[in-house]
Design a protein around this ligand. Structure first.
Ligand SMILES: [Zn+2]
Length: 374
């Protein structure tokens, strides 16, 4: 069965069909479309599809979200569809929450950011934190990654980027690039000036539905970071925290702390999972970002840079923007058209879901014991 959709419209149709099939099997499904008030290139209404599967009063959830980085939603949707297609009966007191595409604008228009050029994984600041500031080093990096001109295929960017990194350090450059900035709305890694519509809609839905939940294992699906086809499981837990050791025992060595020194990752501001956790402090969360590698980091940044140049300074509007090479390039950077890669994602995505379900039903007592000893 092919779970890979050609565009946002097809992905949504497949998601709806998968939910209908579950209902026909007698499984409790509640589904809503949270419309963000934007249209896609086929004049379709863009919405975050959310579905609760299982008893509405369940105290244990596995939540799976994808597409917070729009164009990465092709992979996330495929993984969700494969899980839904082969869903086994759930354990007692357990429900599944599927958030199909957190950033429908980005998926429909082949962007990583939303309709306001905002990275929604930098937009969920902790309550009280201000939408201002930028990481050390971003101002120096900005002229290289945000050149205000129409992109050119060959402009020596890779060489210039490598020279920049050689001079400033890989970990430092990565951190300066990726942390999130709140000062330059047209530039890369912009986290916004306020809570975005999509972020707010999602929070409202969670508020309505999380009342009875005591424990939640949340998988947020991404592509673009790490070795081709491999997955890294990123968690916002300090390297020395005993919780990290427990997670490694259960989920394996792929569990990686979100710490620039610890591996491929970096610290971020306004992350979706940390932002939601902070707003629901009474729930025991295990939040994992599953990242699948595509192409190398320079190629990823080159693709992001060109696409943003095109969007900001290309001079085109509406559907014509989709016909530019930079949008194609962005798509093929975050969604490889290779059967092996596709297969690996489905296999690993399903495996993590199975592990999450097992974690939820077996380890609560052990997790609480570790928690008390912190
Ligand atoms: Zn991502």
């Amino acid at each position: 069965m092919n779970f890979w959709s050609r565009d946002y419209v097809a992905a949504v149709a497949s998601f709806h069909l998968a939910l209908e099939k579950l209902s026909e099997r007698g499984i409790a499904v509640s589904h809503r479309r949270l419309e963000i008030g934007q249209l896609g290139p086929q004049e379709e209404k863009l919405a975050i599809d959310v579905a609760l599967i299982g008893p509405p009063q369940a105290t244990r959830w596995v939540m799976i979200s994808s597409g917070v980085h729009g164009v990465e939603g092709f992979a996330g949707s495929a993984i969700q569809l494969s899980i839904l297609a082969q869903l086994k009966p759930l354990p007692d007191d357990t429900a599944l929450a599927f958030i199909h595409i957190v950033n429908p604008y980005g998926m429909a228009w082949l962007r990583r950011v939303n309709e306001s050029n905002v990275d929604l994984n930098r937009n969920m600041l902790i309550p009280g934190e201000e939408y201002s500031g930028e990481p050390e080093g971003y101002a120096a990096l900005s002229p290289l990654i945000n050149e205000p001109m129409t992109p050119r295929k060959k402009d020596g960017f890779l060489l210039r980027a490598m020279l920049y990194v050689a001079k400033n350090g890989f970990a430092e450059t990565k951190q300066a690039f990726a942390e999130g900035q709140y000062e330059r709305p047209q530039c890369l890694q912009y986290g916004g000036g306020e809570l975005e519509v999509g972020s707010a809609l999602l929070l409202d839905w969670l508020k309505e539905n999380l009342n009875d939940v005591k424990r939640c294992v949340w998988i947020d699906l991404h592509t673009g970071l790490g070795k081709t086809g491999h997955d890294t499981l990123l968690v916002e837990i300090a390297p020395a925290d005993p919780i990290l050791a427990r997670l490694r025992r259960h989920y394996g060595k792929r569990i990686t702390s979100l710490d620039a020194e610890a591996g491929i990752a970096y610290k971020i501001r306004g992350g979706l999972q940390a932002g939601v956790e902070a707003r629901f402090p009474n729930i025991e969360w295990t939040s994992i970002t599953q990242e699948f590698g595509t192409v190398g980091p320079y190629a990823v940044i080159a693709a992001l840079r060109s696409e943003n140049q095109w969007t900001q300074w290309g001079g085109w509007r509406g559907r014509e923007t989709l016909n530019h090479w930079s949008r194609d390039k962005l798509l093929t950077t975050f969604r490889l058209k290779k059967p092996k890669w596709e297969e690996k994602l489905i296999t690993r995505g399903r495996k993590l879901f199975t592990d999450a379900l097992a974690d939820l039903t077996t380890s609560t007592v052990e997790a609480m014991a570790v928690e008390q000893n912190r």
